[in-house]
Design a protein around this ligand. Structure first.
Ligand code: NAI
Ligand SMILES: N[C@@H](CC=O)C(=O)O
Length: 804
């Protein structure tokens, strides 16, 4: 005997019914007991009718909708010449509802009759469709329950007897039985709790020692996370009973939690299959489950509240926990998870939010005296919580899984309210803020299953460096995929507009799309986008030179973004702000990375931070830190004028957006300040002594174009300077130095023997004399400006946001 159960989604309309009929008939010579749910959505209609009737309000519209739906299904079946002989009595249903409306009261027994009516509709239709080979099996003759009329428990022993007698007296190929329904020992109809048809099937399978219990639904099986939400969730081929039980208990909606126990008791394998995809092997739940995976799946349960009972009267007092839990049990409050502090001062447990008031009043009554005597404190309540659970039998004795779990939650910025693990180590649960539950599941799924961490980039500033970065991101997609990194570009902003796209921005089309936007960047907008799309590793990448953006880095970090900056303005604001960014990043466990602030793509700051971290100390620094000035001084030697050299440097993408930042020495001063600060000097930008190439007083208040047009006025005096240095066999270089805690930048004339003589064409050269690197300094040399090298440095920083 095989037991098959079809849920409401498999019975939603006539086409679905035909598909189910075919599946039943394909049981090739096997006897089958088929359990049917109500046609999809019909139980909800019935529940609503009962509610309206109880409120004494008019329900004729809803009633008509139910009748129409049922009648149209019946008509379609009868068009096949199959008379629906067992059609349940709608007149009886109507009478019952009228009675409820009159009394404004719906007794449980009547409620059970009303809400289980849809199952009888399904069975009547299917028996008619299958014809002679099928027999209508009354669940009320077979499934004996105890407890109330609603949410009743099955008495397996009594039910086994009933099944064997009833089946003996009615031999058939196919027994079609309504799910969700039972009978108590007073022959009154009962129901098994919402979605209880799975439970009916499991009970039938256990009582009949069936070969298999197949649960047919609308998904291919049990997934390792909720597939409606985790796109990369994959089907689990086999699970143990324990794993399935933990999963369904902690929220996996594909199976009713009560289903497993009856199957497990008898060892009937339970198979989950997709009605719409019957050839795909489903998930098999059995004792035979063999797999090496440690974590099988992640589930989550939302809408929970946590209650904490504490007080001096708890400590060392035997029986307190028992009293807490029996008070709740007496009021039928189900406890989802329990945790207790080791000092025994408090017990915390989770209940479903809907049971919260009941739980509170039960505890109030049970501990009234202790509470008056000050032995028990008022019960603390935390609402809107969720439980995220990792499930897997092989987690047992496997070191590091809990650490990885908690680390994942930290990565998603999810605070853990409480934790619990059963002693068999097959499930480990964390109670978390309900609003962050999906983030938590997503990051755990990434870390335990797909192993493809995602980096979610929002690019601010798409000029030279920003545009080049987008090109590099596009070019490297395959390289990233090979290394299991998913780098998504979700947002691009210029100074006026912000483009956000939850599907990821198209690399080829972003410029046009950005232009079509109507509003600009605001942190709140991006934050909301991150929340709505449950992004775990959002990175704001600043490739602008905006002071306004630099001033918001603290807020970016505080809002949980990593920050990658080519823009130097935040690090060269006040020392206090510079420090606050470091501590915000640390506090929020986010990265603040700005390698390109000095030397563009050259590995300067990372190396310095590592060296200083290893105890090295800066003794002195000397070098060329400006790519544009390195280039300009080089071509000046070759005979170009200052204005020509500046225009060329600008065209090559070496200068700042405003070349005056380079020519005034400010850009180099900023870089030197950052090196100084990284080495521990508490300096401000105003502490740097600056000798300008072109003083800020030249053409003040002009636009970049006006400045460039006026610059030729300085060509002659500058050519003289070059000439006079050349007459001594020297060249001019723009040099930054740190000596005895003092920083200065300015022009130096150097001869052939000088280490900086050959540094030109955009190259930077940095000589770092330190405790560890002396008497010869540690030297870094290479191109220190330009869109390609700079965006490569930004790219590297983006990738570094992943390292822990
Ligand atoms: N070009 C280079 O070699 C290097 C540049 N950097 C830094 O990279 C940054 C970008 O440089 P480039 O791309 O050369 O400049 P760019 O002028 O070509 O691009 C900057 C872009 O930022 C945009 N922008 C300005 N304010 C904005 C705001 N509030 N929000 C969004 N976008 C805004 C501008 O409209 C412009 O398109 C600068 O801070 C620069 O100091 C750092 C190292 C090397
Ligand atoms: N304008 C800068 C670009 C890099 O920071 C330079 O010339 O070095």
């Amino acid at each position: 005997m095989r037991v098959l159960k079809f849920g409401g989604s498999s019975l939603a309309d006539f086409d679905c019914l035909k598909r189910v009929k075919q599946l039943i008939e394909s049981q090739a010579g096997e006897q089958a007991l088929v359990v049917l749910s109500a046609p999809g959505g019909m139980t909800d209609q019935l529940v609503e009718l009962a509610k309206l009737a109880e409120q004494g309000v008019d329900y004729s519209v809803q009633w008509q909708a139910l009748l129409n739906r049922a009648d149209s299904l019946k008509r379609e079946v009868e068009q096949l010449d199959s008379v629906v002989a067992h059609w349940p009595s709608f007149a009886e249903l109507s009478d019952k509802l009228a009675g409820v409306k009159l009394l404004k009261h719906c007794p449980e027994q009547v409620n059970a009759f009303v809400i289980s009516f849809g199952e009888r509709v399904s069975v009547a239709l299917m028996v008619a469709m299958l014809g002679q080979r099928a027999t209508y099996l009354e669940a009320t003759q077979c499934i004996e329950t105890q407890g109330g009329h609603l949410d009743a428990e099955v008495n397996l022993v009594a039910s086994e007897l009933r099944f064997s007698e009833v089946l003996k007296s009615q031999p058939a190929d196919f027994y079609i039985m309504p799910g969700f329904t039972g009978v108590n020992n007073q022959s009154e109809l009962t129901t098994l709790g919402r979605n209880g048809s799975d439970y009916s099937a499991a009970v039938a399978a256990a009582c009949l020692k069936a070969e298999v219990c197949q649960i047919w639904t609308d998904v291919d099986g049990v997934y390792n996370a909720d597939p409606r939400f985790i796109k990369k969730a994959s089907k689990v081929d086999s699970l143990s009973y324990k794993e399935a039980m933990e999963l369904s208990y902690f929220g996996a909606k594909v199976l009713h939690p009560k289903t497993i126990l009856p199957c497990a008791k008898v060892g009937v394998p339970c198979e989950i299959k997709n009605t719409h995809n019957p050839d795909v092997p489903g998930s098999v739940i059995s004792n035979e489950c063999q797999s090496d995976e440690t974590v099988k799946a992640i589930s989550s349960l939302e809408n929970l509240a946590m209650l904490t009972v504490s007080g001096p009267g708890m400590k060392g007092k035997v029986g307190m926990a028992a009293r807490v839990f029996s008070a709740l049990a007496n009021d039928n409050v189900s406890i989802v998870l329990i945790t207790q502090s080791s000092c025994e001062f408090s017990i915390s447990f989770c209940v479903h939010e809907e049971d919260l008031n009941l739980a509170l009043s039960a505890l109030e009554q049970a501990f009234e005296l202790e509470s008056q005597a000050g032995l028990i404190e008022p019960v603390q309540v935390q609402r809107e919580l969720a439980i995220v659970t990792l499930v897997g039998d092989n987690m047992k004795a496997h070191k590091g899984l809990a650490a990885k779990f908690f680390d994942s939650l930290a990565q998603a910025q999810v605070n853990i309210v409480a934790i619990a693990q059963d002693s068999t180590e097959s499930a480990i649960s964390a109670v978390v803020d309900g609003a962050l539950c999906n983030d938590a599941v997503k990051v755990c799924h990434e870390n335990f299953f797909t192993h493809v961490p995602s980096i979610d980039v929002f690019l601010l500033g798409c000029g030279l460096v920003g545009q080049e970065l987008v090109k590099q991101l596009e070019k490297q997609q395959d390289w990233l995929a090979q290394r299991n990194v998913k780098l998504n570009l979700y947002g691009v902003a210029n100074s006026r507009k912000l483009l956000l796209d939850a599907n990821g921005i198209e690399f080829g089309a972003w410029q046009d799309q950005l232009e079509q936007q109507t509003s600009g960047f605001e942190l709140a907008k991006v934050e909301q986008f991150v929340r709505e799309n449950h992004l775990i590793n959002p990175v704001l990448v600043d490739c602008s030179s905006s002071q306004q953006l630099a001033d918001q880095y603290y807020d970016f970090l505080d809002a949980g973004f990593h920050v990658v900056a080519a823009n130097k303005k935040a690090n060269t604001g006040s020392f206090k702000y510079y420090q606050s960014l470091k501590s915000a990043a640390q506090k929020r466990q986010r990265k603040f990375l700005y390698e390109t602030n000095v030397g563009a793509g050259l590995p300067v700051l990372d190396n310095l931070q590592l060296l200083f971290g290893a105890g090295d100390e800066l003794l002195s620094f000397n070098g060329i830190l400006s790519g544009s000035l390195s280039y300009m001084f080089g071509v000046l030697e070759d005979g170009l004028s200052l204005s020509e050299a500046t225009a060329k440097a600008k065209a090559n993408g070496f200068t700042e957006p405003d070349p005056r930042d380079d020519l005034s020495g400010t850009d180099v001063a900023r870089k030197l300040l950052i090196i100084a600060r990284e080495s521990g000097l508490e300096l401000e930008l105003s502490d740097i002594e600056v000798e300008a190439v072109v003083p800020e007083s030249f053409a003040p208040g002009t636009s970049v174009d006006e400045f460039m047009a006026k610059l030729p006025e300085l060509d002659a005096p500058f050519a003289d300077k070059i000439q006079s240095a050349a007459s001594e066999g020297k060249v001019l270089r723009y040099v930054g130095s740190i000596e005895n805690g003092k920083c200065k930048v300015g022009i130096e004339a150097v001869d052939k023997q000088h280490a900086l003589y050959d540094i030109r064409d955009g190259e930077n050269a940095l000589a770092i004399l330190s405790q560890y690197y002396q008497p010869r300094p540690f030297v870094i040399r290479g191109y220190g400006a330009g869109a390609e090298v700079t965006s490569a440095g930004v790219f590297a920083d983006i990738l570094k946001t992943q390292s822990r």
